[in-house]
Design a protein around this ligand. Structure first.
Ligand SMILES: Cc1cc2nc3c(=O)[nH]c(=O)nc-3n(C[C@H](O)[C@H](O)[C@H](O)COP(=O)(O)OP(=O)(O)OC[C@H]3O[C@@H](n4cnc5c(N)ncnc54)[C@H](O)[C@@H]3O)c2cc1C
Length: 270
């Protein structure tokens, strides 16, 4: 495995029109998941929930992949929550980064998991599996989310319980944050489920919607297009199934150009 480039000569290899930012912290959660934070380029603007292309120089060539920005738009650093694919062209190297290393980022963020793509509502569901929690890590730390919605329900489903930890850390961070704690108050609810291990809430989110357990557990009524809005981020299959359930309940998909009652984004290709 090549160590990520680090020294002064790195600057000479950075492709034109790309930011090279310095890693400030790295937290490993499991052998499949880690989080890192890096400096934010001066003048880099994005909307909470968007993704950017980040990369590393690997054997003299830049390798980029799409990454949701997990930090909110107001944060002075950028945070990412990443998978470790053992032989992945990017993450086999990215998982070895340390504070002080440089990560590349293309200049233009984009994405559909933004508040502007939703019509006004009262309750916002954020459905995520695996690293699909990343855009919501941004949006649950975005004050505007709580100005627009009375209730925000973040669902996070992983295979193993250990993979839920990033989500719990986020909730803890918000509860202890000097200004977010007040802005968020008791509007944010976190519903974490594991599919392969015993856990108080167990199973796929689509099954828990279908059999009504999600609503019973949360003490809320079933989806209602007059009240509920949704954002979905997960595997292609999870997106398809969750989208269908929202459509069956009468919600319609929106986009940046045409806001709707729910929006979707793939957490990865494959
Ligand atoms: C819009 C968008 C946003 C994304 N945001 C993130 C993010 O915030 N964090 C993140 O880790 N990845 C994210 N991804 C996936 C990311 O772009 C890369 O695929 C991932 O970093 C692995 O890169 P790689 O080069 O090591 O392997 P790749 O060649 O890209 O992937 C190899 C295989 O690994 C699996 N895989 C890839 N990514 C994941 C994942 N996140 N979870 C589970 N299995 C995966 C797939 O089966 C894929 O075919 C996003 C993808 C898209 C399209």
């Amino acid at each position: 495995m090549n160590a990520p480039a680090k020294t002064e000569d790195f600057a000479a290899t950075v492709p034109a029109g790309v930011f090279a930012e310095t890693v400030t912290s790295v937290t490993h959660y499991t052998d499949r998941l880690f989080r890192f934070r890096m400096t934010r380029p001066a003048g880099f603007r994005f909307r909470s929930g968007e993704f950017a292309m980040i990369g590393l120089m690997v054997e003299g060539k830049p390798v980029y992949r799409a990454y949701s920005i997990a930090s909110p738009a107001w944060d002075e650093e950028l945070e990412f929550f990443s998978i470790k694919v053992p032989d992945g062209p990017l993450t086999s190297h990215l998982q070895a980064i340390k504070p002080g290393d440089q990560v590349l980022m293309r200049k233009k963020p984009t994405g559909t998991l933004v508040l502007d793509a939703l019509t006004p509502g009262k309750r916002l569901y954020m459905f995520s599996t695996g690293t699909g929690i990343a855009p919501f890590a941004s949006l649950i730390r975005e004050p505007e989310t709580f100005e627009k919605f009375d209730e925000v329900i973040l669902t996070h489903t992983t295979r193993d319980v250990a993979e839920l930890k990033y989500g719990f850390d986020l909730i803890e961070e918000i509860r202890n944050h000097e200004f977010l704690a007040e802005v968020v108050g008791d509007k944010l609810r976190h519903y974490a489920t594991a599919t392969r291990e015993d856990y108080p809430f167990r199973g796929r989110i689509t099954d828990l919607i279908r059999n009504g357990k999600l609503f019973t557990d949360l003490g809320v009524s079933a989806f209602d297009p007059a009240i509920d809005r949704g954002m979905i981020c997960g595997s292609t299959e999870m997106l398809k199934d969750t989208k269908l359930l929202l459509e069956e309940a009468g919600l319609t998909e929106g986009s940046n150009n045409k806001p709707g009652e729910f929006v979707i984004e793939r957490a990865f290709v494959g």
